[in-house]
Design a protein around this ligand. Structure first.
Ligand code: ADP
Length: 492
């Protein structure tokens, strides 16, 4: 009897395994952190072997915790930190270099050089991405440039590339399957999202041998089974998707115009644009949301670097709260922001300003300013930055969002969600299960095995926790006009 789907959520700081039942309830979760390496300013690495070991441990632990039989698991879905790059030796299974993490900026100069000769336009046209160090392509090039033998080995297929999904699947299948899905492939700078194939011209520009690259599967498709030696049973792997795309699916944003915003360290906002890729005029990313039965759904994505991180900063640097959730109580000690505007440019300002040299500011302070005003202005600034990108996305998609689904740690803050609804003049909806990333991966997998018969059957399981209806008032338009004036003052 199959009762569960196991979701592997391979995050940036921890390996997690989550077990869901047929009703989409989260039954158990296990999590192990792994080390972050910062060898130089702007460099971020992970040890791929440690990622694999902690992930396997999380899988074993979650089954023990839930106290179930392995045979009850229908299938496994995988979701992962995107863009992080691993290259390993096919014979030994050993990585030839540490994983270079998405946040790593070491290849910024490669991107700059390519921009100077006008190549950024080709990348944007074919991949939907901005030519930036975030994405895998220049990271692969950087590793291959380390040793003159590497490219030859790549051409022979002796060394191979993968994002974290690919690396974990290769290990889970003991080297039998070398695969990624379209949502992850679309973050590499090498995948043509229109033709849905690795692009020869882009491979040439970045000098990446095609033989190194994984096969590209649907996001919902049985691509292999895990080796029996791990759990004593060959469980099928039925789903793969990058974390933000999995969250979009977990939120059941399955129709064009559906949009979700995740409030974590930063904010990630993604909108389903249906069967058509919308190329942004406002430096948003165009990406593949998922592919099911060879039919691809596209999305447009915008992100804010600092969201919950601002609350962490207030907690750890200014000590005005002891815990992140406390900020809500503090902000409620005042009726409004008292004229204070917080510009959260703690690491530059992203879309639509794109000013990496902007710095943060707290403006409008008087002798009457209290801690509560600062807290309230900080929450408003998170919602204002999300509003900034959402407005750009609406322009690109030429539509007004009917509602915004939310998740992530800071979405538990009711005041922040109400402010967001008021500022956007849009209903904000929070689901009961906020582990939407893991849930999305489980859904992809369970669909491929018919554990869940259809998207409609999944849609029926999606449950609202709370919705926030905009309360329109003058003070909110005041917040916006102050923000629009003051944000310009921090630009470099
Ligand atoms: P990530 O996945 O990026 O690590 P999470 O989704 O776990 O992030 O959310 C954690 C972030 O949310 C932290 O930056 C924290 O400061 C913030 N946060 C958590 N709870 C609240 C809250 N109630 N109000 C505001 N911010 C919060």
């Amino acid at each position: 009897m199959k009762n569960y789907v196991l979701s592997i959520d391979a995050g940036t700081t921890s390996s997690r395994a989550v077990l869901f039942d047929k009703l989409g309830n989260q039954c158990a979760i296990a999590q192990h952190e792994f080390k972050q390496f910062f060898p130089r300013e702007g460099w971020v690495e992970h040890d791929p072997i440690e990622i694999w070991k902690t992930q396997l441990k999380a899988i074993i632990d979650v089954i023990k915790l839930a106290n179930i039989q392995v045979e009850e698991i229908d299938s496994i879905g995988i979701t992962n930190q995107r863009e992080t790059t691993v290259i390993w030796d096919k014979k030994t299974g050993k990585p030839i270099f540490n994983a270079i993490v998405w946040q790593d900026r070491r290849t910024a100069n490669i991107c700059e050089d390519l921009k100077k000769i006008g190549k950024d336009k080709i990348f944007q046209k074919k991949t939907g991405l901005i030519l930036d160090a975030y994405f895998s392509g220049t990271k692969i090039k950087w590793i291959l440039d380390l040793d003159p033998n590497f490219r030859k080995k790549g051409e022979n297929g002796d060394i191979v590339f993968g994002t974290i999904d690919t690396w974990l699947i290769w290990n889970l299948t003991s080297g039998k399957v070398h695969v990624t899905d379209t949502s992850n492939a679309s973050r590499t700078l090498l995948y043509n999202i229109h033709e849905k194939k690795w692009d020869e011209e882009l491979l040439k520009i970045l000098e990446v041998p095609k033989a190194m690259l994984p096969n590209v599967s649907n996001s919902s498709e049985i691509i292999g089974v895990i080796n029996k030696s791990y759990l004593g049973y060959e469980i099928p792997i039925g789903g793969i998707a990058g974390d933000q795309q999995a969250a979009l699916f977990g939120q059941m944003c399955v129709n064009p115009g559906d949009v979700k915003n995740t409030y974590g360290t930063g904010c990630f906002c993604i909108m389903n644009t249906g069967k058509n890729p919308v190329i942004s005029k406002n430096k948003m990313l165009t990406t593949i949301a998922w592919t099911i039965k060879n039919e691809t759904t596209y999305a447009i994505e915008g992100s804010v670097f600092i969201a919950g991180a601002l609350v962490q900063w207030l907690r750890d640097q200014l000590n005005i709260v002891k815990s992140a959730p406390e900020i809500e109580q503090l902000a409620k000690t005042v009726k409004n922001n008292g004229g204070v505007t917080f510009i959260p440019a703690l690491s530059g300002l992203g879309a639509p300003f794109w000013d990496p040299h902007a710095t943060g500011a707290i403006m409008g302070i008087t002798r009457g300013t209290k801690k509560g005003h600062i807290a309230r202005a900080a929450l408003e600034s998170i919602a204002l930055r999300s509003r900034d990108i959402i407005l750009e996305m609406e322009k690109d998609a030429n539509t007004k969002f009917h509602s915004l689904k939310v998740d992530g740690g800071a979405s538990k803050n009711n005041l922040l969600m109400q402010i967001q609804a008021d500022l956007l003049k849009t209903k904000v909806i929070r689901p009961k299960i906020t582990e939407t990333t893991a849930l999305g991966a489980a859904f992809f997998s369970g669909l491929s095995t018919e554990f869940w018969p259809s998207i409609n059957s999944i849609n029926d399981m999606w449950e609202e926790d709370k919705s926030f209806v905009p309360k329109l008032s003058d003070s909110k338009s005041n917040i916006i006009s102050m923000w629009e004036k003051r944000v310009l003052k921090v630009l470099s």
